[in-house]
Each structure stands twice: as C-alpha cells, then as structure tokens.
Design a protein around this ligand. Structure first.
Ligand code: SAM
Length: 223
C-alpha cells in the first residue's frame, strides 16, 4: 500500500493494514536500537529492515533462508550496505551464532511455516535483547482456547474450513502438505491465544496485542 493510501486510511479513521501496523511498530521501537528482521525476503525484499534503517536503528540485520533478491541487492547498494544480510535457517544454532543479539527483533510471516514453533520462538529469544515484534497468520479462536491445528495430512474438507482467499496459494493449507517444500508449507493453524501462550513459554512477556482478521501482531519483552 502506498504512503498516500496509508495516510488516507488514517485520516478516515480506518484500522491500519497489517503492513502499516508493522511499519508503525518498527518506527516506534527501532530508533537508537539494533534490529534483526527474521524472514526478511520473500515478496518484501528486506522492506521492513530498510524501514528500520530509515527509522534510525543503529545496526540492522536481515536473515532468511532465501538468497537475497535482486531488488534487495539494488536497494542495499543504494543504502551503502545499511542492511547486513545473513542467509540461514533461524532454527539452526549456527545462524543464531552469526546473528548475535539485537535490541529489537522483528519476525513476521514465519511462525506458522515452521514445524516446531516453540523451538523457533526459543531461537528468537536467544537473539532478542529487549523487544520482539512478532506477526503471525492465525485461525479464528476455537472452543478450546490456545488451539493449534497441525495442518499436514488434515483432510481437505477441514483444511478448507480454515483457509481464506488470498493472492498467493498457501501451500499446505490450500493444497496438500508438500514434504519436499519444507518451510514453504503452512504447518500450523494457530489461534492468537496459542501464539501468545507459546511466546510466554519461550520467555517473552506480551506487552501489546493487535488482532487483525487473519493475523495477530504482538509486541513482547524478553524476560
Ligand atoms: C511469508 S514470508 C514473510 C515475509 C515478510 N516477513 C512479511 O511479513 O511480509 C516468510 C519468509 O520467512 C522465510 N523463512 C521461513 N522459514 C524460515 C527459517 N526457518 N529461517 C529463516 N527464514 C525463514 C521465508 O524464506 C520467507 O522469506
């Protein structure tokens, strides 16, 4: 969404879009802080990491399984290499060792793609000095609070009940689980309450929560 469209939404008193929410939170937390964006590449080409740089973060790192896209490389060259890029799996100890710790960690669109979300949150805790801004797709709350649905091999009718229309096909949710596609799959249908409980179990205190129709964004403090 363009900056003009975002301003218009604000003027009309409309709820921020999810990307606008992320941008506002990064602008609020990044100034004067070190910053890591986990899962920084697909479709956004490091945009949130660059936003942290522009918001006044002191050192910015982006990490992703993917190699840097041409769009990322061009923008980073134009920014004099302001974003350090690390290619690696956040679930690997070797990746967190290279990343080190940052005051602020931003991780959006990753949690439901990993087979072991608690392990991933523990990895985020290891690299987080102060604040975690976590965004995740969610499913509606179920009768039992803190429900998380394991999607691989769920029958099609039940998968269909959890999905929604989106521009891109959601592998593992709109389709069957694709074992060879690893993290591209949606492994979990997470309720917002399950995400919050997992964050607490991994050593975070949830300070702010923003519920969107199909996702949640939580601002947490490392405890
Ligand atoms: C759905 S995209 C989200 C992109 C962006 N953060 C956003 O919110 O629009 C997920 C990104 O996380 C990356 N990713 C998924 N699993 C990962 C892992 N285990 N370690 C590092 N990056 C991962 C993917 O390659 C992809 O770039």
């Amino acid at each position: 969404m363009s900056a003009t469209a975002s301003r218009l939404r604000r003027l009309l008193g409309l709820r921020p879009t999810v990307p606008d929410r992320y941008r506002a939170l990064i602008a609020a937390h990044a100034p004067g802080r070190t910053f890591i964006d986990v899962g920084c590449m697909w479709s956004v080409h490091g945009a949130y990491a660059f936003h942290a740089v522009e918001s006044g973060a002191t050192a910015v790192t982006g990490v992703d399984l993917m190699s840097p896209s041409p769009e990322f490389v061009t923008r980073n060259l134009a920014s004099n290499g302001a974003v350090r890029f690390v290619q690696g799996d956040i679930n690997d100890a070797s990746t967190t060792a290279v990343l080190g710790k940052a005051d602020v960690v931003f991780c959006a669109g990753v949690l439901y793609h990993v087979p072991n979300p608690l392990l991933t949150l523990e990895q985020l805790r290891r690299i987080c000095g102060e604040t975690l801004i976590l965004g995740s797709a969610t499913i509606p709350e179920q009768r039992q609070p803190q429900t998380a649905v394991f999607l691989p091999y769920l029958d099609e009718r039940r998968r269909r009940a959890l999905t929604y229309r989106s521009a891109d096909v959601k592998i593992g949710l709109d389709t069957e689980f694709a074992r060879d596609q690893s993290y591209a799959n949606w492994f979990w249908g997470l309720t917002a309450s399950a995400v919050e409980a997992m964050l607490r179990a991994a050593g975070f205190e949830v300070r702010e929560r923003y519920l969107h129709r199909r996702s949640v964004c939580l601002v947490c403090r490392a405890v």
